[in-house]
Design a protein around this ligand. Structure first.
Ligand SMILES: Cc1cc2nc3c(=O)[nH]c(=O)nc-3n(C[C@H](O)[C@H](O)[C@H](O)COP(=O)(O)OP(=O)(O)OC[C@H]3O[C@@H](n4cnc5c(N)ncnc54)[C@H](O)[C@@H]3O)c2cc1C
Length: 246
């Protein structure tokens, strides 16, 4: 137990690994006995026996993408050219890693009379998947709308799963938006704007005193936060999780 943060260290084994979008890998770990977390929280993951290292070190913070009722812990990340990430596609199943957590307060509000409007950039979908699966499983009455922005469908992790989840939860709507369809091999007849005043006005209409949840890379989070303020949303109604490091 870390006295300052109340987080706990665990050794966990890698159980499964698969792509969830182009250059985007999900890692599933065994869930340690007694590991309790709230959807939306994150963990620190340490590579214990790195085959290479660089200035970025051997630890990364990842939101927990799995829901508490799932039997595994899952994180998902964009594969990039850091030493840490270069090792992920080759980690043998059974490899032991250290996780520390859970931490963070990017969690769904309790009052179901207020709607939740999630504004998600790319890999920022990880904590939102956990929140959405829990809401469906527990039949939460909250009205939840998710604006999920990517360049192309190929980049959008968990897109099919979270689209299908709408059938299990009538209170939840997913609005994916793709702003670089000229680079995609797929067809698309959904939204193509970046998250901005036009999409916000369209999809917040009719929501009961919404809370706004902004999550993704820092540039996206700061930009969307500023737009929310410009259209008159008070900081008290905005919660954000900034994936520092991107
Ligand atoms: C609360 C939180 C949740 C996150 N959840 C996810 C997630 O679910 N999926 C995901 O892909 N990424 C997530 N991130 C970002 C993740 O921790 C990495 O920073 C990111 O994936 C980039 O790593 P990299 O190896 O590609 O880049 P690098 O090139 O290693 O990182 C760039 C620089 O940022 C530094 N850095 C790395 N991590 C952090 C950090 N956490 N804070 C500040 N500086 C850092 C490195 O030391 C390096 O100097 C999250 C970050 C935070 C803070």
């Amino acid at each position: 137990m870390n006295a300052e943060t109340n987080t706990v260290n665990y050794l966990v084994k890698l159980k499964n690994r698969f792509l969830v979008a182009e250059k985007t890998v999900a890692l599933q770990f065994e869930k340690p006995t007694g590991f309790v977390f709230k959807p939306g929280q994150y963990i620190d993951v340490t590579l214990l026996h790195p085959s290479e290292s660089d200035g970025g070190g051997n630890i990364r913070t990842f939101s927990i993408a799995s829901a508490p009722h799932e039997e595994f812990l899952m994180v998902a990340t964009r594969l990039r050219e850091s030493a840490f990430k270069r090792q992920l596609p080759d980690l043998a199943l059974g490899t032991e890693l250290k996780i520390e957590g859970p931490s963070g307060g990017f969690t769904l509000h309790n009052n179901p009379e207020r709607a939740a409007l999630f504004l998600v950039g790319g890999i920022g979908i990880t904590p939102v998947r956990s929140i959405l699966l829990r809401a469906a499983k527990e039949k939460l009455p909250h009205r939840i709308v998710v604006l999920y922005a990517n360049r192309r469908p190929e980049d959008a992790a968990f897109l099919d799963e979270l689209t299908a989840l709408q059938r299990e939860n009538p209170n939840y709507t997913l609005i994916p938006t793709m702003n670089k369809m000229e680079n995609s091999a797929r067809s698309w007849n959904g939204e193509t704007e970046m998250i901005g005043p036009k999409l916000l006005e369209k999809y917040q209409e009719g929501l009961a005193s919404p809370l706004y949840y902004v999550v993704g890379p820092p540039g996206m989070v700061n930009g969307v936060h500023a737009i929310l303020n410009q259209i008159g949303i008070d900081d008290d109604d905005i919660r954000s999780e900034d994936f520092g490091g991107y």
